[in-house]
Design a protein. Structure first.
Length: 181
């Protein structure tokens, strides 16, 4: 994992890729955490779903360390219901913009791929991101073109966002996403 992270840092420095920021005029919708023991498709479930290939082990999630949290989930693609396989998923911190005009707050996703928490989804679309500082985050995928794209929930069209708390596991469950184009 450290070699992969170092390779991404070097690649980002060599290509001088900036961070992607996008704003919204509505508050981010935080996906409710599911109980890891009640969701049959949860990465924390004690046994893999029946649709998984035989012999595929369900990963065990270690307890969060120190003042950090852990984020787990499963991503499926909306038009095929297939797992979102082998994609690099980053957590971009959601920041509120100050408004001089009042009204609804605006948010933007702050991402530096050289330091942001990330993971790669497995063949079933599962991911686990450890050592995440507390805060509100949204999921971002990095495309082969080195462009970062916010992931949107196909059911709500909102960003896939979650609140990370120290010492807790944030299980977003299975989310069907709109695939980036």
């Amino acid at each position: 994992m450290r070699i992969l992270r170092l390779a991404l840092v070097i690649l980002a420095l060599l290509t001088a890729v900036g961070c992607t920021r996008s704003g919204e005029r509505t508050s981010p919708t935080v996906e409710p955490s599911l109980s890891p023991l009640t969701s049959p498709l949860s990465p924390l479930a004690s046994s893999p779903p029946a649709t998984e290939a035989a012999g595929a082990a369900t990963p065990r999630v270690p307890a969060p360390r120190g003042n950090t949290g852990t984020v787990v989930g499963i991503l499926h693609v909306s038009d095929t219901s297939e797992p979102y396989r082998h994609q690099y998923i980053y957590l971009a911190r959601l920041r509120e913009l100050e408004s001089k005009q009042g009204g609804d707050p605006a948010y933007f996703a702050e991402l530096d791929v050289t330091t942001a928490p990330f993971a790669q989804t497995d063949a079933q679309g599962r991911f686990l991101i450890e050592d995440v500082e507390p805060g509100t985050y949204t999921l971002v995928v990095r495309l082969p073109t080195l462009q970062e794209v916010l992931l949107h929930n196909a059911g709500t069209s909102n960003n896939v966002a979650m609140e990370v708390k120290a010492g807790e596991i944030s299980d977003i469950g299975t989310v069907t996403i709109l695939p980036p184009e």
